[in-house]
Design a protein around this ligand. Structure first.
Ligand code: MRU
Length: 365
C-alpha cells in the first residue's frame, strides 16, 4: 500500500520504520524522490524483497534495518509453536530476503544477527522469541543512528571550516536511519557553522546523487553543487575539493571497498590531484570473511536502466549490448582512511581491522 504524504522537509521523514500494529514495514519510496514523497507499507515477503531489489529502500545500512524489521514481521506471522519448525521457516524467509541484493553485506549481517536471536533463545517459547526479535530490530535502528553520528564526529576531524567536499551516490540520511555515513561529517559540520561547499556527483545510471544527495543536502541548507559524474576531475583540478567522502557496501579484509559504480573513478582522480579519499563505513559493513575486493559479488542490473530510464525516448540503439554493474571496487591503496564509528582506520587495513574488532568485542563484554 502506498500513500502520498503531505509535503514536509524531507529530513523530517524516517527512511525505515516499523508499524507493528498493522504488521507493516514502512519505507519512504526512494524511487519517487524528489518529485513525490510517498510512504509505502510492506507486509509480505514478496513486497519487502521487491522494495529492496527495486531500490525503493536502498543504501547499505537502510537495507540492513529494513531486512531486520522485515524478518521480524515475517517471523511474527509464523504459526509454528515448536522451535525447530519455527526456525526452519524463519531460515527459509531469511534466505529469500537475503537474495534481494548481493553486494551490501549489511543485508546478510542484519539477517544473521536476527537469526542469532532465535538460536540464542531456543529454550524460550516461540512467542517470547518473537518479542526478542522485535527488540533486536528496534535496537539495530537506534544503533544505526548512534553509529552514523560517531562516523560524523570522526570524519569531521579530517576537514576544516570552508572546505570543499565531493561525494558520490547517496550515503546520506536516506541511505541510513539518520545522518548518513559520508554525509554525517557534513551534517555535523553544518550544525557547527563549518560552511562546507559540497559537490554531489549525479551518479549514473540511477541518479542517487542528483535525486537524493543533492535533495537532502539542499533541504538541510548545505551549500551543494550538482555535477555530472564526468566532472569530478575538473572540480578537483580547479582546487575546489579538499576531501572526498563516500559510503560503502562492503569492505574486504584487505581494505578494498565496494561502493556505487563510479566510486573507483573518483578515487583514482583524487589520487591524481592529491585529494584525500575517505570511505565512511560502519563496522557492520566490514566483512573479514571476504579477503579482497575481487571476492565481492558485484550486482549486475537490467540494461534498461542505462538505455531508457530518465529519457523520454530510448537513447541507445535497440538491442545494444549493455554492461550495467551497480558497484565497483576501489583498491585499498587509493583510500586515505576508512572512517568507522570507532575512529579513522588506516593501512595496513587487515591488521587495523583486527584491532578494531578486538576493541568492539571487548566493549560488548
Ligand atoms: O544501489 P544503492 O543506491 O543501494 O547504492 C548505495 C551506495 O552505493 C551507498 O554509497 C552505500 O550503500 C553506502 S550507504 C550509507
Amino acid at each position: 500500500m502506498s500513500n502520498t504524504t503531505q509535503e514536509k522537509n524531507i529530513m523530517a521523514y524516517e527512511t525505515v520504520a516499523l508499524d507493528d500494529e498493522n504488521s507493516a514495514l514502512v519505507i519512504l519510496d526512494q524511487t519517487k524522490l524528489p518529485i513525490s514523497t510517498e510512504l509505502v507499507n510492506l507486509c509480505t515477503a514478496q513486497e519487502i524483497w521487491d522494495a529492496i531489489y527495486l531500490l525503493k529502500v536502498r543504501g547499505a545500512p537502510a537495507i540492513g534495518v529494513a531486512a531486520a524489521f522485515g524478518i521480524y514481521l515475517l517471523a511474527k506471522g509464523i504459526e509454528a509453536q515448536d522451535f525447530d519448525t519455527f526456525h526452519q521457516e524463519f531460515c527459509r524467509q531469511k534466505e529469500y530476503l537475503n537474495s534481494a541484493r548481493p553486494t551490501a553485506v549489511n543485508l546478510s549481517w542484519a539477517l544473521n544477527r536476527m537469526e542469532r536471536v532465535c538460536t540464542d533463545n531456543k529454550a524460550l517459547p516461540v512467542s517470547e522469541i518473537k518479542q526478542k526479535l522485535r527488540e533486536e530490530a528496534i535496537a539495530m535502528k537506534e544503533e544505526d543512528i548512534r553509529v552514523c553520528k560517531a562516523i560524523g564526529e570522526h570524519g569531521l576531524t579530517l576537514v576544516k571550516p570552508g572546505d570543499g567536499i565531493l561525494t558520490h551516490c547517496n550515503a546520506g540520511q536516506l541511505a541510513t536511519c539518520k545522518y548518513g555515513t559520508a554525509t554525517a561529517p557534513i551534517y555535523l559540520g553544518q550544525e557547527r557553522g563549518y560552511n562546507f561547499r559540497v559537490f554531489a556527483d549525479e551518479t549514473r545510471p540511477l541518479l542517487q546523487g542528483a535525486r537524493l544527495t543533492a535533495y537532502e543536502l539542499q533541504a538541510s541548507g548545505v551549500d551543494v553543487t550538482l555535477i555530472c559524474d564526468n566532472m569530478s576531475a575538473t572540480v578537483m583540478r580547479n582546487g575546489w575539493v579538499n576531501a572526498v567522502f563516500v559510503g560503502c557496501d562492503r569492505v574486504a579484509a584487505n581494505g578494498d571497498t565496494a561502493n556505487k559504480i563510479g566510486t573507483s573513478v573518483v578515487a583514482t582522480v583524487a589520487k591524481r590531484y592529491n585529494v584525500p579519499f575517505y570511505v565512511c563505513a560502519p563496522t557492520s559493513t566490514i566483512d573479514m570473511n571476504t579477503p579482497t575486493g575481487g571476492d565481492i559479488t558485484i550486482e549486475l542490473r537490467p540494461a534498461h536502466e542505462v538505455t531508457d530510464m530518465w529519457y523520454e525516448k530510448p537513447m541507445a540503439p535497440a538491442g545494444v549490448k549493455v554492461f550495467n554493474p551497480a558497484f565497483d571496487v576501489t583498491d585499498h591503496d587509493l583510500i586515505a582512511g576508512i572512517v568507522t564509528e570507532y575512529g579513522v582506520v588506516r593501512a595496513p587495513y587487515e591488521e587495523s581491522f583486527k584491532k578494531l574488532f578486538e576493541r568492539k568485542a571487548g566493549e560488548r563484554k
